[in-house]
Design a protein around this ligand. Structure first.
Ligand code: AMP
Ligand code: MG
Length: 529
């Protein structure tokens, strides 16, 4: 049997206080950052897919990944020397309310791998059985949500969006019972496990839990650990460094949200337990991509009434979450004013980053403060005049010529027609409004002095051709549930190059088909996973 060789340095558990209780019983865990717990063994694991890029980060060969041992290890059936599995303790604000202790209810960290470059990567199994933090749930994950997490993590990485990664996806050979529609009709579904990989899985809620309990000693240990491990350039922990750290967390968070807005990603559950301290997209649940450009859209059925986590609200929610983090670390700083200032800097900094990203999306080399906000605002409006596919629109906008200003309305709008869900019924007023905007855009591009070809190339590196539309993931899931994993692997391959044309893959770059409009999993999703 191939042996898998990892260099483990389990820094997190070596530096931070452990729960002294070893039994795997559900409980409140106090004065500790984690509890030791082993994955539950599964009956008949099968490897569905693995990410070659993540394997490479971990210095695993193709042969390693195809070995039986790999499947057994990443199904949680076998522990390698040096692995010391544990679940983290954290809390969180869910939908605006403090929810108390949550923790890794179905995630089990196997260990931290150090590669030749000295980078640390924690390996974490999601869906590998109950932990002390499982509360009333089973600690398991179903295949459909695991396919979504696996594919999306890797797609996001290749899209250039900060994210946790996914090494592998295995089915367990066991069924899991889920009431997918929360309508009292539970059903058996195939179980699966994803191995997630990240330098750190700490969340805002990891700090909130200690602060909420008045356990300032553990809070300080965890913050100091985070700074030493993941922010070492900030220097030795002190009040000043805590503030610098908070400010950096705000910057990373702003960067992440700007990228979400760029690609049209809606996380769907931006609770503070789902906010990574490194500014990585984490916990892929009922997420989605804007197809029709609707800033009020949320993919999460649980969020349908309040729309707290809607596309257009993500930057504000991130700030609200950062405010909770500021409250959590306040006891270490005991000055509200500098924290408040950093939070208001976040708003400004986000706005700047977003403005410059919007300029890039339009192929402009810079943002002009006097005139561009109006250009962006009108675009935001014309995108909502009729059902418009955001991804296709930006991609096609790159093909609109700006070098000749004497095109008729019909000539001008032709490259964009594919972006409209009902191009045949565009009203004269809508068409005129779109063309008015396009003429403003042409003038702005001319002012910028960039030629059409360069602009097209630049735009096509910022505006993806392929995004993991919910219906695409669902088609791959439908097949996977019939033990046909071909489409999972096809999409994994497709999303390695989301900005390339990929000629034979055009059918994956089309608008959501009508049948997918209201089908479960294809537009909105429940949290059941
Ligand atoms: P999420 O909405 O996925 O971010 O999960 C919120 C909390 O519920 C986290 O503490 C999860 O670990 C926990 N959780 C979600 N699903 C399960 C499950 N099937 N078993 C145990 N814990 C779960
Ligand atoms: Mg979560």
């Amino acid at each position: 049997m191939t042996n898998l060789i990892f260099n483990f340095d389990n820094h997190f558990i070596n530096c931070l206080p452990a729960d002294p209780i070893i039994e795997n019983t559900r409980r409140q865990v106090v004065d500790a950052c984690y509890s030791f717990v082993d994955p539950t063994k599964v009956k008949a694991p099968i490897l569905v897919a693995y990410s070659a890029e993540v394997a490479q980060l971990l210095e695993l060969s193709e042969q390693d990944c195809q070995s039986e041992l790999f499947t057994q290890v990443f199904a949680g059936n076998k522990l390698l020397d040096g692995m010391k599995p544990y679940a983290q303790c954290y809390g969180g604000h869910q939908f605006g309310n403090w929810a108390g202790q949550l923790g890794d209810g179905r995630a089990i960290n196997l260990g931290e791998v150090v590669n030749q470059q000295g980078q640390h990567h924690t390996l974490q199994l999601k869906g590998a059985g109950p932990t002390p933090y499982s509360r009333t749930a089973d600690g398991l994950a179903v295949l459909r949500s695991s396919v979504r997490e696996f594919l999306c993590s890797e797609a996001m990485f290749h899209l250039g969006v900060p994210t946790t990664r996914a090494l592998s996806l295995v089915t367990t050979g066991e069924n899991v019972v889920r009431d997918m529609f929360y309508d009292g009709r539970p059903k058996e579904e195939p179980g699966a496990i994803v191995c997630r990989v990240a330098p750190s899985f700490l969340r805002f809620g990891s700090y909130e839990i200690f602060s909420s309990r008045g356990d300032i000693e553990t809070l300080r240990k965890l913050v100091d650990f985070t700074i030493r491990t993941d922010f070492p350039h900030l220097g030795k922990p002190s009040i000043e460094v805590y503030l610098k750290w908070f400010s950096e967390v705000c910057e990373h968070t702003a960067d992440m949200i700007v990228h979400w807005m760029r690609v049209g990603f809606v996380h769907g559950v931006m609770n503070t337990d789902n906010m990574s301290i490194l500014g990585l997209t984490i916990d892929y649940g009922p997420y989605g991509w804007l197809e029709d450009y609707d800033p009020n859209w949320t993919p999460n059925t649980t969020d349908a009434s309040g729309r707290r986590y809607r596309f257009g609200n993500q930057a504000q929610i991130a700030q609200w979450n950062l405010f909770q983090l500021a409250n959590a670390i306040y006891p270490l700083i005991e000055q509200a004013e500098p924290l408040r200032e950093i939070l208001s800097d976040y708003a400004m900094s986000y706005e700047q980053k977003w403005q410059s990203m919007r300029a890039s999306k339009l192929g402009l080399t810079k943002h002009i403060a006097e005139s561009d906000p109006q250009l962006h605002q009108s675009l935001h409006e014309i995108l909502q005049l009729t059902e418009t596919d955001m991804t296709i629109f930006y991609r096609r906008l790159a093909n609109v010529t700006c070098e000749s200003l004497d095109l008729s309305d019909d000539e001008l709008i032709t490259p964009l027609l594919d972006a409209y869900y009902d191009a045949d019924s565009l009203t004269v007023d809508t068409k005129t409004a779109i063309c008015d905007w396009l003429r403003q855009y042409q003038l702005r591009v001319q002012q910028d002095g960039i030629n059409d070809e360069t602009r097209r190339q630049n735009m096509n590196q910022v505006n993806p051709k392929y995004v993991l539309r919910n219906y695409l993931a669902q088609l791959a899931i439908d097949k996977a549930e019939q033990n046909d994993f071909s489409m999972v692997n096809e999409l994994l391959e497709l999303f390695r190059h989301p900005y390339d044309e990929q000629k034979d893959m055009e059918h994956y770059a089309v608008k959501r088909p009508d049948w997918a409009r209201d089908r479960a999993g294809c537009s909105m999703l429940s949290c059941s996973s």
